[in-house]
Design a protein around this ligand. Structure first.
Ligand SMILES: NC(=O)N[C@@H](CC(=O)O)C(=O)O
Length: 442
């Protein structure tokens, strides 16, 4: 928190109202037209949309263990540049985040960096090995107060273990975020299974490997009365399974990534490993179904699956390349391009799918609140202006494995306020020393 006061003038809220916003000591203290600027730094936000600070339920921060890809500091700088004020950090670090000690370390690294709230996700199984449950209770009771558990990168494929995990997290109001991929159906898989994989001679990754696990997990979650969250939904069939699950009243939520809302398997034809990702890019029919599923509320949220990799893991032949794409800095622009501009959703839906719903699913407070008097000052100011080239200058983390480099995307995040202070100011990231000094003064 900071002692400084800010007056944001002429911003458009997600519901369309234009207002000034006064921020003091980490809170929104006044809303309305023509507010008094006394004692405050004024920010002219005419033409900008004010959204509640974005919350990403699915970020890979890589620290501890893979600092050559990303650190908590560089990853949260990317988050701030993309308008995020909270990132849920996936557990596939080294050591794996499967103990109270590691999740508390992750939390502390986030606090020290100061760019965004880092909310650790705990592993479901020890070492992501899928053999025995990790210390779910100890992680939930730790200072990190973990509520989201995931072996992401791997599927909890053993049905008995998945059932036990669901039973366990129910007792702490937690959720299992499942990476739905039947490993037996995807041995050696390199891309989506279909005519393109047949033409290219690459081992295919069938849609049913995802859909069958989602269907099983919905039944397991219903059976034990627990919450299930499905990570990175990628097929039209998965949308159908989810519709069926929600119609039955199952406590299931789901996410889609920006890249699955925009890109298709056709890009694999160029063998550029930037397009290699888990789950793989699918068909245009899948992209269309995913967009409609966000529009009608079947898919609850957009989550980035920000997966940074070093250059050597991507500048190699397709089969040897790592899966994953960075996404924090481009997420809001891709959401505008794929959902807002075509008329599928409005800005109040964007506030829901990129802030309010992920905070609710992850059971965190003080984030994802509509901008109102008394709410925490977690605010993203976004300029939804026309398309422009998306270049490496837009990437503010350590890795450059973005599939959007060289494309044109609309919009730009201009200011990000976290805990009442700007982590991104007029398009420029604040320096760590400035943020540290601000936090000390508070
Ligand atoms: N989404 C990805 O393509 N990669 C993820 C893990 C994974 O889901 O394979 C990563 O950690 O790199």
């Amino acid at each position: 928190m900071t002692t400084r006061a800010f007056l944001i003038t002429g911003a458009r809220l997600a519901d369309g109202r234009t207002t000034d916003i006064r921020i003091e000591a980490g809170r929104v203290t006044e809303l309305g037209a023509g507010l008094d600027a006394r004692g405050a730094e004024t920010i002219d936000a005419s033409g900008l949309i004010a959204l509640p600070g974005l919350v990403d339920l699915h970020t890979h921060l890589r620290e501890p263990g893979y600092e050559q890809s990303e650190t908590v500091l560089t990853g949260t700088r990317a988050a701030a540049a993309g308008g995020f004020t909270t990132v849920f950090a996936m557990a596939n670090t080294s050591p794996v985040a499967d103990t109270a000690g590691v999740v508390e370390q992750e939390l502390a690294l986030g606090e020290a960096a100061g760019y965004a709230r880092v909310q650790p996700i705990g592993a479901v199984t020890v070492g992501l090995q899928g053999e025995r449950l990790a210390e779910l209770g100890a992680m939930a009771r730790s200072r990190a107060a973990v509520r989201v558990f995931s072996d992401d990168g791997f599927c909890v494929s053993d049905s008995r273990l998945m059932r036990r995990a669901l039973e366990y997290v129910k007792t702490v109001d937690g959720v299992i975020a499942q990476h739905a991929q039947d490993p037996a159906l995807t041995v050696g898989a390199q891309m989506n299974e279909g005519t393109v994989s047949a033409e290219l001679g690459l081992t295919g990754w069938p849609a049913v490997a995802e859909e069958s696990i989602i269907a099983r997990d919905v039944l397991l979650a219903e059976h034990v009365g627990a919450r299930l969250h499905v990570c990175h939904l990628s097929t039209a069939g998965s949308v159908e399974v989810l519709r069926w699950a929600k119609a039955r009243g199952a406590q299931v939520t789901a996410e889609v990534t920006p890249h699955h809302l925009l890109l298709t398997e056709e890009l694999v034809r160029g063998y550029d490993p930037r397009y290699k990702v888990n789950p793989p890019l699918r068909r245009q029919e899948d992209v269309d179904a995913l967009r409609l599923a966000v529009a009608d509320g079947t898919i609850d949220i957009v989550a980035t699956d920000h997966a940074p990799h070093p250059v050597e893991a991507k500048e190699c032949e397709w089969p040897a390349a790592a899966n994953g794409m960075v996404g924090l800095e481009s997420a809001l622009s891709v959401v505008q391009a794929t959902l807002v501009d075509p008329g599928h959703v409005g800005w109040s839906d964007v506030a829901r799918i990129l802030s309010e719903a992920p905070a609710r699913i992850g059971r965190i407070t003080g984030q994802g609140e509509p901008i109102a008097v008394g709410s925490t000052a977690e605010i993203t100011l976004y300029d939804p202006s026309p398309v422009r080239p998306f270049g490496t200058d837009r990437l503010r983390g350590q890795a450059v494995n973005s599939p959007f480099i060289g494309t044109e995307l609309p919009g730009r995040v201009v200011w990000t306020f976290h805990d009442g202070y700007p982590t991104l100011a007029d398009g420029e990231l604040r320096e760590p020393d400035d943020i540290a000094a601000e936090l000390v003064r508070a």
